[in-house]
Design a protein around this ligand. Structure first.
Ligand code: GDP
Length: 195
């Protein structure tokens, strides 16, 4: 049987913690059979969260381009709103807001393990922009924040949660937030019934 067990990193961002949604969010992962193998609450520094993000030009440009697409969709003049139409420059601005946001309060960090966990978790958290995230996903159920509004207010989109996007990000982020000793190994007692 070719069943892929993966590990991924999740952060409940400061808005999720301050809104008292820790339990509600963790429940979503546990209930579908994903296993928590690392869990802690931290107050990260700005420098620490800056090193959490990839920060590569490609990644920044991609984030800037997504913002430009979203402005275009809503007939907002990007140049007027952001002072530039360069996706890399916009990506850099958003990144500054992201590091401020993620270090603005306590964060709950988790490592989760399970079948295709990286994809499963991304499906459960939903689309980056809560206003466009499906109902039933964490971001869609608990927020309606919009990146256009966030950009105009010069802040990060408040979307409650972060999850690694692929295997490379997951490996980097797990190592960044957890030491080997902080990760545990156990069997869930419902595993035989579920799989
Ligand atoms: P994610 O993997 O779904 O979190 O999305 P990205 O990696 O593209 O973006 C990282 C974080 O930046 C998101 O979770 C949002 O908090 C924030 N963000 C993304 N796009 C925008 C945007 O266009 N404007 C603003 N202000 N924030 C954004």
């Amino acid at each position: 049987m070719n069943v892929k067990q993966e590990k991924t990193l999740i952060l409940i961002k400061p808005d999720g913690v301050m809104r008292g949604l820790i339990g509600e969010i963790i429940k979503r992962f546990e209930q579908c059979g994903l296993k928590i193998i690392g869990l802690k609450m931290v107050q990260p520094s700005k420098d620490f969260v800056a090193r959490h993000y990839s920060g590569s030009e490609e990644w920044l440009r991609g984030m800037g381009q997504k913002a430009l697409n979203s402005f275009a969709q809503h007939n907002v003049d990007a140049e007027k709103a952001m002072g530039t139409k360069d996706p890399l420059e916009i990506g850099r601005m958003i990144q500054q807001w992201n590091t401020g946001y993620l270090s603005s309060g306590p964060v709950v960090a988790m490592v989760i393990e399970g079948i295709y966990a990286i994809t499963a978790v991304r499906k459960i958290i939903g689309f980056t922009i809560p206003a466009q995230a499906d109902v039933g996903t964490i971001r869609g159920d608990y927020s309606i924040d919009s990146n256009n509004v966030a950009n105009l207010e010069k802040r990060s989109t408040k979307n409650l949660i972060h999850a690694a996007g692929d295997e490379e990000e997951a490996a980097h982020e797990i190592k960044h937030w957890f030491s080997d000793e902080e990760l545990v190994s156990y069997e869930r007692c419902d595993a035989d019934a579920m799989f």
